[in-house]
Design a binder for this molecule. Structure first.
Ligand code: NAD
Length: 294
């Protein structure tokens, strides 16, 4: 999407951190932006900050796990600013600790927001984007943790690996319709992410998180040294303009990812495939191609 001027973007988790950085970059490019977030006070502050620059912004309180509320928010955004053309499924949370200790409440909260929120955004907005017939772009916020697993962070990794897979599939499905998809896979961005327990609902309060204050303080330092939200927001804007499939800002992890792929390839069979198998693969591809053509 080259020409963003006057178009509308919808950003979940838009009251803080990466979502706010995207909203600021989009309004800086002349877009109208709806920020949707569970935190009303942060939303008010963010909307005031953005509108002080002369930009057009509208704030909606939204829990991304609430499907009816997501649909109502989409209606509100459209009636306010017209068709939403850039959808950013960004709201996210984390619980930390070993998988053996993760409670069902950890799983339900993290998967509900990080994966369920993205699914709800897609279910709500993508049919509208397709029906609009004028193209558009979907931005899903995953993480570097969606490409590489790390012990103590595996509930979060599970949700983010799913968002990467979903985004790669969605990109292929929407390309013929002129709709781009970008998945964000950053390491540390300087946001309030380490304080995300602030948004943990009472129903999910039973946590298996095993982090000491000293460990949390180290994580705080790590986030504080991360890329700024403003800088990252500009990278996302650029990705929307150029239809980049990934935003991967942190070069220091490139070798580790290459090593992971090399390791996977070591276990990949080199045996000659049978003709029957190759033919079967063609049939599978044809079946999916027919689906696209219909
Ligand atoms: N900060 C990082 O280093 C980093 C790295 C990789 C990925 N991410 C991802 O970036 C996204 C944004 O996180 P951030 O770093 O800006 O943190 P943040 O805590 O500053 O912002 C997250 C926003 O999401 C909102 N939110 C939480 N639960 C919600 C819900 N149920 N419904 C609607 N809004 C909700 C919060 O109120 C907050 O405004 C998340 O998906 C996170 O997993 C962050």
């Amino acid at each position: 999407m080259d020409d963003l001027e006057g178009k509308c973007a919808f950003v979940t988790g838009g009251a803080s951190g990466i979502g706010l950085g995207m909203a600021e970059a989009f309004t800086g490019a002349g877009m109208k932006v709806v920020i949707a977030d569970i935190e009303q006070a942060a939303l008010d502050e963010a909307a005031q900050k953005i509108s002080q620059t002369g930009a057009t912004v509208h704030a909606i309180q939204l829990d991304v796990t609430d499907r009816d509320a997501m649909s109502a928010a989409a209606d509100e955004a459209e009636s306010r600013f017209g068709a939403v053309q850039v959808v950013c499924n960004n709201a996210g949370v984390a619980s930390r600790g070993f998988l053996a200790d993760a409670t069902y409440e950890d799983w339900d909260w993290v998967l509900g927001v990080n994966l369920g929120g993205v699914i709800n955004g897609i279910r709500t907005f993508v049919p509208r984007l397709i029906a609009g017939g004028i193209g558009g772009h979907v931005v899903n916020t995953a993480s570097l943790a969606g490409l590489m697993a790390s012990p103590g962070n595996s509930v979060y990794c599970t949700s983010k690996f799913a968002v990467v897979g979903l985004s790669e599939g969605l990109r292929k499905e929407l390309a013929p319709k002129g709709i781009g998809v970008t998945v964000l896979c950053p390491a540390a961005i300087n946001t309030r992410f380490n304080e995300n327990a602030r948004n943990r609902p009472a129903a999910f309060k039973n946590t298996g998180t095993q982090m000491s204050d000293a460990q949390m303080a180290l994580l705080d330092q790590s986030f504080a040294g991360g890329t700024s939200r403003e800088e990252f927001g500009k990278m996302v804007l650029d990705a929307v303009r150029t239809d980049a499939p990934y935003v991967l800002p942190h070069s220091e992890f490139k070798d580790a990812y290459r090593a992971k792929v090399d390791d996977i390839l070591k276990y990949w069979s080199d045996e000659e495939p049978t003709a029957q198998r190759l033919e079967g693969n063609q049939f599978r591809r044809q079946a999916f191609e027919m689906m696209w053509e219909e």
